[in-house]
Design a protein around this ligand. Structure first.
Ligand code: KG4
Length: 339
């Protein structure tokens, strides 16, 4: 059955729309919101207003770039949650209006499931890079750090997750106290490439099972800054590359040690990474090294599919559409939702 799906993503601060036909990506348009930079974090009210401004031009552009007419769409997939309520409301309401006017069904999408299924986006009909089931997916973003056992498109089990901060939050918060701006992850990554990862040692958690914790690392980072700044007011400026390299190495070490444990216990050698933090070059390198060392088949997403994008919403919508998993017109967004 041929299916052309429009995906709409508006869960946080990126407005995105994408068109997928039979699993192959035809377009993926993303409007990011620079308005939050001045505040050092996403301001929910400003995010919803920016989504309202962006949604029509972004969806129109996605349909235009796909080279189709909107009458060719078979369904509209939209992110229902988790995310910021006001932001989700814009995408959800728009999806409802467009679906009603075109007389086509709607498919609700869990944002976390979409991050995992980003690995199934094909960029051409003969693109066959997708993982095979079962595989493990490390989902690391600004709000989540999870190890997910993926048994099928619609059968995912969270086997480990953070009990406090997420990995991206650890990067963002430590970057903030160093005055590196928001979001901090990409800046830390850039500086870390020129620093010594062994210059500082920060504490690592001792949590049972496959769960993560990053708040201890954050506290130990802050204590180091406090102690050193008391001796030298220019400490951060002089050491920021080494601080970033050591912070990044610690985050990667924490992430990979639990993933190694899960892969070993569950005898799964197919391992993927997803979410905004998977753009981190150190983490990507660690995946490649683990692949070589432990015989894992590793799956690392293209940069454009790491952060929030509608292509991953459309591909998830495509599989749910094939399964006829439609949602009613009164579906309301969820700010918090499990996989
Ligand atoms: O999945 P994502 O785009 O969205 C949310 O969770 O909202 O992830 C954003 C997170 C932020 O914490 C950002 O700092 C982090 O991904 N990030 C990175 C890099 N690029 C983005 N962290 C480390 N290194 C990067 N290169």
């Amino acid at each position: 059955m041929s299916a052309t799906i429009l995906g709409i993503e508006s869960s946080c601060d990126d407005t995105s729309a994408a068109v997928i036909r039979d699993g192959v990506l035809l377009s993926n348009v993303i409007a990011s919101q620079a308005v939050h930079e001045a505040y050092g974090g996403v301001v929910p009210e400003l995010a919803s207003r920016a989504h309202q401004q962006n949604i029509i031009p972004v969806v129109s552009e996605a349909i235009k770039r796909a080279g189709i007419d909107k009458s060719e769409l078979d369904a509209i997939a939209f992110t229902r949650g988790p995310g910021l309520m006001g932001s989700l409301l814009v995408g959800t309401s728009f999806a409802k209006g467009l679906a009603a006017s075109l007389g086509i069904p709607m498919v609700e999408i869990n944002h976390l499931q979409a991050h995992v299924l980003a690995h199934f986006i094909k960029e051409s009909p003969d693109d066959n890079h997708a993982p095979s089931f079962p595989f493990l997916c490390l989902l690391v973003s600004g709000g989540n750090s999870q190890i997910i056992q993926v048994n099928a498109y619609d059968d995912m089990k969270v086997i480990g997750q953070t009990i406090d901060d997420a990995a991206g939050e650890a990067f963002d918060k430590c970057a903030k106290v160093m005055g590196l701006g928001y979001p901090g992850g990409p800046v830390v990554n850039r500086l870390a490439n020129e620093g010594n990862p062994k210059a500082f040692s920060f504490s690592k958690p001792h949590i049972a099972g496959y769960n993560y914790s990053f708040s201890g690392l954050k506290t130990s980072f802050l204590y180091t800054l406090r102690d050193e700044l008391a001796k030298d007011a220019d400490f951060i400026e002089k050491n920021k590359k080494d601080l970033c390299a050591s912070l990044q190495a610690t985050v990667i070490d924490i992430l990979m040690s639990k993933l190694r444990m899960a892969a070993k216990d569950l005898h799964i050698k197919e391992v993927a990474v997803a979410g905004g933090v998977s753009a981190n070059s150190g983490l990507r390198d660690a995946f490649i090294e683990h692949g070589k060392k432990y015989g894992w088949k590793v799956h690392i997403p293209k940069f454009s599919f790491t952060t929030d994008n509608a292509a991953m919403v459309a591909i998830t919508g495509y599989y749910k559409y094939l399964d006829k998993q439609f949602c009613p017109m009164d579906a309301a967004p969820f700010s918090r939702v499990q996989l």
